[in-house]
Structure formats: C-alpha cells, structure tokens
Design a protein. Structure first.
Length: 370
C-alpha cells in the first residue's frame, strides 16, 4: 500500500472517530426536550409563558422550574435571564427584600403586571435550591448567597409552628390558615430540597420530618391528595374542596420516585404510595383519585405518565408502557405544565440528573460540557 493510500485511510478512520465522538458528545450534552421547552415556552427576556389562559400568565412556579431545568442543562445564559426577569417583575427588582409574587400577566384593562402578589411556597424553595446548586456547580458565590437569603426569607414569612405537628411550610404567606386549621399542599415540599436545606439550617430537618408525617399519616389509602388539612384539634382531615388527588398530587409521586436509594424514609414512602402504581398497572394513569375511598377516574394527561417514570423505575413492564405513551403522544409544545412534568420525569429517566441522599444535584455532564 503506497503512502498516499495509507494517508487517505488514516484520514477516513480519523474522520469516522471524530464523527462518533461528536455523536456521543451530543448525546451527553444535548437535551432536545429542554431546547424545545426553551424555544416554545420561554420569551427571549426570560419569562415562562403559560398560554392556556387569555391572560398569558407567568407564575413563580414556572420561573422556578425553568431555573432548575437550565441548571441541569448547563445553560448559564438562560439561567441568568430567567433570574433577572423573576427579580425585576415578580420581586419588584429585589429578591433579597421580597419573595416573588405568585402570578403575573395581562389584567382586564390590558396592562401587564402582577396579578396576585401572594408568594408560592414551593416556587420559593425551588428558586432557592437552584441558586444554591448553581452557586456550587458553577462556582458562583453570588448565586449561593442569594439562595441562602431567599431561603431565610421563605422561612421567616411562610413557616408556621402548627400545634401538635411542629414547623411546616404553608403554601403561601396569606390565605392558608383559619380558625379551623391549616390548608397544606403535599406536593410543595420535595424531600430532596428539604434534605439540601437541612445542611444549611436544622429547622429544615424538622420540616422534613413533619413532611414525612404528612405523607404517611395524612394519606391512609396511600394516595396523595392535592390539598390536606391539619386541623386546630391536631388531626388530619380531607380538604374542604374534597379528598381529590390529581394535578397537584402527581408531583408527590414524582419527587418520591427521584429519591436517592439511600435517602431517609425512601423505602417506607414508596411502599406506602404503591396503590397508584397498582392502579396504573391495571388501567393506566388515572386523572383523579378519591384519596379516601380509593376510587379512580379518568385518564391522566401524558404529562402524568412522564411524571411517574421515576416512581415506576423498579417496575419494568409498567415503566415501558408509560415510556411508550410519552414517546407516541408527547405533550403539546405550548402545554406548560405537562411539558414541565416531562422535563422532570423523562429527564430523570434518561439519567440526565440525579439527587444524592443529601439533596445535592448531580447533573450528567462530560468534561466538554463545562
């Protein structure tokens, strides 16, 4: 073989190796679902738009989820844009002095402004968590300081010491306590986040223990409700709106499914909430459950299937059926909530991120992604 032919063969082999390496890198670094989410749901200035209403609302929840997804995706520019928009429009320009308002959008007179100034406790926690982890993973002390500050402000405004239960995070600063008791949302306190916060302040370890009580004691049928009451006479009861588990409650199964194998209480929680797994195995993901009678109704949207992927990780047959449903009928590109559930559940199922037992985020990144 002459030198020219050998050189050509070497170049061909090298080109093939480069192509294969490039494909592997794209698989490691790229996240098509995030790219679609960013393109379809986030404005150029960093606002997550829920197009399901005429008001074209943006919520602190939406901003908080997008901050987390951009962190997992290592999308630093979009993270900063989301943070800036949240600060400037939901916190009156200062996240150190004010928790973000829950809802922003177009009012009946056509003006764009805050529509509901109450905070949302879960969004505050997700924003604080994403700032803390961005500070750690990206070596940004300013993010970490702001995350700690936001966490302390959330504790000061939204934590309450409930008689017979102890410290608990209310869903918002106002509107969730009365002479009858306290209205709570089980999906607002992901155990992973509480574990991370407990490394900063012991009060969050107490909240985590009380959340575990809520999940086990407040759900006698092993079915998570959207809302639950801790009564003034120190007992759990169904929410005044009824014992329904649906669009809020699906996140309880999502958070539990993503717990690290060594996370405190994981085995007991997964065993306790197995009834939804059995219902899904028998008839598909229900849209609504009666958390007292155990009755199930309707077919949940495909976002519910995505949210259950981590919860079904040890059930190969059921898991594959829900994966296939997500593949064949993905959520509409502008369906904010279902798309958010997709990024959480499918992203975890694709091993794009994990939480360790202390709640630290472990994104899947190769060296080139840095």
């Amino acid at each position: 073989m002459n030198k020219h032919r050998r050189a050509c063969m070497w170049l061909a082999v090298a080109s093939l190796q480069w192509l294969v390496a490039g494909m592997a890198l794209a698989d490691t670094c790229g996240w098509p679902a995030w790219e679609a989410y960013r393109q379809n749901l986030i404005s150029p200035d960093g606002r997550v738009i829920d197009g399901s209403s005429e008001q074209q609302v943006t919520t602190s929840e939406g901003q908080s989820y997008a901050l987390f997804f951009s962190l997992v995706a290592n999308d630093r520019q979009r993270f900063q844009q989301l943070l800036d928009w949240t600060r400037n429009n939901l916190a009156d320009g200062d996240l150190e002095r004010q928790l973000p308002a829950w809802q922003w959008g177009r009012d009946p007179q056509g003006r764009w402004r805050v529509l509901d100034s109450n905070n949302a406790g879960d969004a505050d926690l997700w924003i604080a968590y994403s700032l803390l982890e961005a500070g750690r993973l990206w070596d940004r002390p300013d993010y970490e300081r702001l995350g700690e500050h936001l966490l302390w402000r959330s504790a000061a405004q939204t934590l309450r010491k409930l008689p017979g239960l102890g410290l608990m995070l209310l869903p918002g600063d106002t509107g969730f306590e009365s002479s009858a008791g306290w209205r709570l949302n089980p999906s607002y306190l992901p155990p992973q986040l509480l574990a991370r916060f407990a490394t900063i302040a012991p009060i969050w370890a107490e909240v985590a223990r009380n959340q575990q009580r809520l999940l086990l004691e407040g759900t006698p049928q092993g079915l998570a409700p959207d809302w639950l009451m801790w009564r003034a006479d120190q007992r759990w009861s169904a929410d005044p709106a009824g014992p329904k588990g649906s669009y809020d409650a699906i996140r309880v199964y999502l958070w539990l499914g993503m717990l690290d194998a060594n996370a405190a209480g994981r085995a007991e929680l997964l065993a306790h909430f197995a009834p939804l797994l059995h219902a899904t195995q028998e008839r598909g993901v229900p849209e609504q459950v009666d958390t007292l009678s155990g009755a199930v109704n309707g077919n949940g949207p495909v976002g519910f299937s995505a949210a259950l992927l981590p919860f079904l990780a040890d059930q190969p047959a059921v898991l594959q059926a829900q994966r296939e449903r997500v593949r064949q009928t993905p959520p509409a590109s502008d369906a904010y909530y279902n798309q958010s559930l997709l990024l959480f559940g499918q992203g975890w199922d694709e091993q794009r991120y994990r939480f360790d037992k202390n709640g630290l985020l472990q994104p899947r990144r190769g060296a080139a992604c840095q």
